[in-house]
Ligand binder design. Structure first.
Ligand code: ADP
Ligand code: MG
Length: 661
């Protein structure tokens, strides 16, 4: 069988050499034929046999071999879904949505019918659903309601090599489910990394290899370190586009801002070229997790005849999404990861050099449909001497407090007994628990308290008194400013603990705020950023909050009811909010976070002016006309800002009229 496949490959490669491009391949084949061409198809029977004979297996295969899209369908085809559903977890939301869509097309069913997906705040599944893609976070939350995951016949834990925090916690939980339910199966899939470790964790379960089918990739390094990798990548992409043979380009950047900058610069170069002479067409396509789903889907579409695709992606394109037809990869060598910053006392997304394993994975993307080339915008010495051999699991770089809170919220009582694949030192766990206790997040017996660290203290026997005390601090426009008000008053009362008690405030929370404040001051000093006070002009503070939280903005829809400006999901003012308390319902708010209890509540909301959103969050309007490209959005931005100001003006007029009446 392998041989037949390779012959097919040779034919395929030739077909590409003729310059027909992979898109023509996709066009000329039905979806069913494309399915049969995938490497996993050649070992379908063997794989199903191993699954039948074992309760847990690890499946290893190159990216693009068909693990994510095919495995679930095979399980459905041979009847596993007759009693229960097949769930497949993904560390990334984009992958969950995109893959579910693809599989629903292959199975010729509506998305949300037989095939669906669930991500936070969005459940596109129904009573017919037998294959369900979801983020690992969603499955974790499901274990809260149903600790044995009764409705699942099989769980495929996909992309386990990513070692996200949720994946690692799921490992421990699913191991228990496997022990309790004989009728339950678990399949762990992974790119080549880590397979043995996964197998060992579940008690030396079989590792099944999907035969690889990749072409050689030539790797070229930068001679000197690249100072501006956006510029470097744009230059390289243009050079490829103008001088090299047909084949699509994939550029790895770290995040949305850089991706947009890169796309914009590429578009500009193309326009300059077009004005001089006839240039070949280049289709520039961004992809990152916050991009609206319909724009994300565009990376899979065929370019018009003769055009070359250039996809500019985050590390989402490293393993989670596979686009066929890539012959050139440009790797900046950087990616964003969440790391715990002990100075700030919180997790932050930071740009870091990727690991050697990740760099090799990126390069491999160029060799899927024919021999390719990878341009590394860093030196060979950086690759060999500066990059880590493999990525560090999230559990080892996040604040352990997060892990403790997550496990506690999942009702896991004895954390020291939890079955971690890489257990954090017990001492560190105890330390985190102590810190959470100090903050009031855990009570004396180590259970989560009702309110995870709030500054306001609300004892059950003095609810009315404490609510009245809290209201005295309210600042009409903002919960954030309400907190600032509390802090200011605490300062003028000499940071006294008894003052806090009298006013129903947790002194521990305020002390933490004071600590963070002094750390921020240190950082400003180190960076030589001059300190100025806004004095009494607290609008400046609201504007600063807006500049950081415009992605969490919501527009007034009905009484106390808001909708998220970008995603349209409903959200409500929390009854404890100052805005709610004073009955103030501004047209636009930003909020710190959404919490889902009885409804989706906005936690810590602040009223903002719509023109701030337009100025500070230039991507803010991308939802409305989601069928145009990002680059066009940039151009339209200015237009929209004017429109927004006009809308504001008319709003103001309406207000004035009201007042006159
Ligand atoms: P793996 O999980 O092993 O990396 P996948 O199952 O994700 O492989 O991909 C198998 C094939 O399906 C690839 O050739 C990929 O290009 C194709 N594919 C996956 N998702 C989509 C999609 N949304 N649109 C078009 N093709 C897709
Ligand atoms: Mg996959």
């Amino acid at each position: 069988q392998g041989e037949i496949d390779f012959k097919q490959d040779a034919k395929f490669a030739q077909h590409l050499k003729k310059g027909e491009g992979v898109s023509d391949f996709a066009k000329s084949k039905t979806l069913a034929q494309q399915r049969q061409y995938l490497p996993i198809f050649s070992i379908r029977e063997e794989l199903l046999r191993v699954i039948r004979e074992n309760q847990v297996i690890v499946v290893v295969g190159e990216t693009g071999s068909g693990k994510t899209t095919q495995l679930t369908q095979y399980l459905h085809e041979v009847g596993y879904t007759n009693n229960g559903i097949v769930g497949c977890t993904q560390p990334r939301r984009v992958a969950a949505m995109s893959v579910a869509k693809r599989v629903s097309e292959e199975m010729e069913t509506e998305l949300g019918d037989k095939v669906g997906y669930a991500i936070r705040f969005e459940d596109v599944t129904g009573s017919n659903t037998v294959i369900k893609y979801m983020t690992d976070g969603v499955l974790l939350r499901e274990t809260l309601k149903d600790s044995d995951l009764e409705k699942y016949r099989i769980i495929v834990m996909d992309e386990a090599h990513e070692r996200s925090l949720s994946t690692d916690v799921l490992f421990g939980i699913l191991k228990k489910v496997v022990a309790r339910r004989r009728d339950f199966k678990l399949i762990v899939t992974s790119a080549t990394l880590n397979a043995q470790k996964f197998s060992d964790f579940f008690g030396s379960v079989p590792i099944f290899h999907i035969p690889g089918r990749t072409f050689p990739v030539q790797t070229l390094y930068s001679k000197t370190p690249c100072e501006d990798y956006v510029e470097g990548a744009v230059k390289q992409a243009m050079a490829i586009h103008i001088t090299s043979a047909p084949g699509d380009i994939l550029i790895f950047m770290t995040g949305q801002d850089e991706i947009e900058a890169t796309c914009y610069a590429l578009q500009e170069r193309m326009e300059q070229l077009a004005s001089k002479k006839e240039a070949p067409k280049l289709l520039i396509l961004p992809i990152y997790s916050q991009l609206p789903a319909d724009l994300q889907a565009k990376i899979f579409e065929n370019a018009e005849d003769g055009a070359r695709k250039c996809i500019v992606a985050t590390n989402i394109a490293e393993t989670s999404l596979t686009v066929d037809g890539i012959f050139y990869v440009i790797d900046t060598g950087y990616g964003k990861i969440k790391v715990y910053n002990p100075r700030m006392g919180m997790d932050a997304l930071q740009v870091f050099p990727v690991s050697r394993a990740a760099a090799d994975q990126r390069a491999g993307r160029a060799g899927r449909t024919g021999p390719g080339t990878c341009y590394r915008l860093y030196t060979e010495s950086a690759y060999l001497n500066e990059m880590l051999p493999s990525p560090v699991p999230e559990i080892q770089r996040t604040n352990l407090g997060n892990v403790v809170l997550l496990l506690k919220s999942l009702k896991i009582d004895n954390l020291l007994d939890f079955d971690f694949m890489d257990p954090p030192p017990q001492e560190n766990i105890l330390n985190s628990m102590y810190q959470l206790w100090v903050l009031g997040a855990l009570n004396n017996v180590g259970d989560l308290t009702d309110i995870v660290p709030s500054v306001f203290f609300r004892p059950k026997d003095r609810v009315e008194e404490s609510d009245a005390g809290r209201e005295k601090f309210f600042v009409q426009e903002s919960d954030h400013l309400t907190l600032l008000n509390v802090y200011k008053q605490w300062t003028s009362n000499n940071y006294r603990g008894d003052w806090c008690n009298d006013h129903f405030l947790h002194v521990k929370g305020l002390r933490k705020a004071r600590e963070v404040r002094s750390q921020l001051l240190d950082i400003l000093k180190t960076l030589k950023i001059p300190l100025t006070s806004c004095g009494l002009d607290w609008d400046v503070v609201r504007m600063a909050i807006c500049s950081a939280y415009f992605h969490n903005s919501a527009r007034l829809k009905g009484v106390g009811e808001y909708v998220n400006c970008r995603k349209g999901m409903p959200c409500h003012l929390h009854p404890s909010s100052a805005l709610y308390g004073l009955g103030y319902t501004p047209d636009y708010v930003v909020y710190h976070d959404l919490i889902l209890t009885a409804k989706e509540y906005m936690q810590c909301a602040t009223a903002v002016e719509p023109q701030w959103l337009a100025e500070l969050g230039p991507m803010f309007f991308s939802v409305k006309d989601s069928d145009t490209s990002m680059i066009e959005h940039k151009k339209k931005q200015k237009q929209e800002k004017t429109a927004m100001e006009e809308e504001m003006e008319s709003l103001r007029k309406v207000e004035e009229d009201k007042e006159r009446e």
